[in-house]
Ligand binder design. Sequence first.
Ligand code: GLU
Length: 508
Amino acid sequence: MEKKVRVRFAPSPTGGLHLGGVRTVLYNYLFARQNNGDFIVRIEDTDQSRFVAGAEEYILDTLAWCGLEPDESIKHGGGFGPYRQSERKETYKKYADALVQKGYAYYAFDTPEELDAMRSRLRTDENASPQYDHSVRMQMRNSLTLDKQETERLLSTIPYVVRIKMPEGETVSFTDMIRGEVIFDTAVVDDKVLLKADGMPTYHLAVVVDDYLMQITHAFRGEEWLPSAPVHILLWKYLFGLEAMPQWAHLPLILGPNGKLSKRDGAKYGFPVFAMNWKDPRTDEVTEGFKERGFLPEAFINMLAMLGWNDGTEQELFSLEELVQKFSIEKVHKGGAKFDFEKAKWFNHEWIKKLPASNYKEAVKSIFESRGLSIQDDTYFAKVLELVKDRCTLLPDFWEHSFFFFRQPREYNTDAIKIKWNIDKKTFFESFTKAMASINSWSAASLEALFQQLATQAEIKAGELQLPLRIMLVGGKFGPPVFHIAEVLGKEETIDRIEDALLAFESM
Ligand code: GLU
């Protein structure tokens, strides 16, 4: 029987989620959905010194905002828990011991001072940071150099680590789903620590043991993990057999204006790099997120999907459902994908236009509320957003394009109409309001027809009257087509605004 597809996103809870991390989530999620598989989030918190409070919740909240809910996680539960590695601590030691028993790993007792001494002894111009590897292991204090009795004694008296014994002259290879055949020379890899002195595994051991125990079939992760792959492959070979190993895919880096996109690039160039705002609890420093900048999750996801992938056609706009249908991990590009903020904004603009405004009305509402405007009538609000959405790129843009629907103008910018304003025009608007009061159908088209008809009767060019009308309704030379504004404002408000403006224009 075919194994059920199971993929995982395995973040370390060390801070906000970089857009590259969300792209890794997305590709995992798409692959799981298209194969009727499971998508698991596993918290890799074995490095307790890097643990940051709040990061786990932030990661899960981010996935919820993106609509990429896991099937199993610390929040969603599941049959393969616990999903936090620190709670699985006891699991790992037996695998580390088994590796030592089989001769693939060893106990090392070197103190930090001894390690420093080794490094300064071996440091040369060509080798600036000497590693603990096959060339030095036999000069160090470990179970390979000490006899059995001494090893036993030290194991029960002083702190120790378990290190992998990297073979010297072997090559390790695997087939990456994106890169094809990848080959490593084991001699260049150091004897990585697998189990630390505090009894916690390192990432290398934990990732292999957990991928095995959680029956992961495919492991997609960032390219920065490629150098660690030979260690993981050997661990698979030694512990569980290569047949059980997941298929790997190492995703290309996301590039900023100069090399790998970093949080610092965001600050420097003024664009978000994190998915949502992240407040570092240690410094209270806030790093801006795409969400708070005014991105829709649909656009964010779509933009991320295209950073390193396309379906071979010109199509750029994809919904999540469409991505599930069309995405293919084999078509992900090998080379780094360049992040372009202008393009990201283009995606957002397209999605604002494409979706019904009711989809993002709540998000816009809270932006308006933060500017001191509370929305009373939801239906009216949605109508306004629908009318102006084509002009908005980011959600906060809705403010400048629609605030005047909620506030009658207090001032009128009449510079453009001042000189030509006269009594005939005033009379025209008086008759227009009177006629409006008695019409039954209230629509942009019927208002425009009425306006035209009255203008013809008054022998004034309708074009000359439209700008004054606009200024009466919104206060200045801005906004969507004027009869649409009136349609949305409604009869009573439109008439009110014109009457108030006519009064104000007395002193023009
Ligand atoms: N814990 C690793 C990280 O923080 C996960 C790497 C992997 O997926 O194997 O990115």
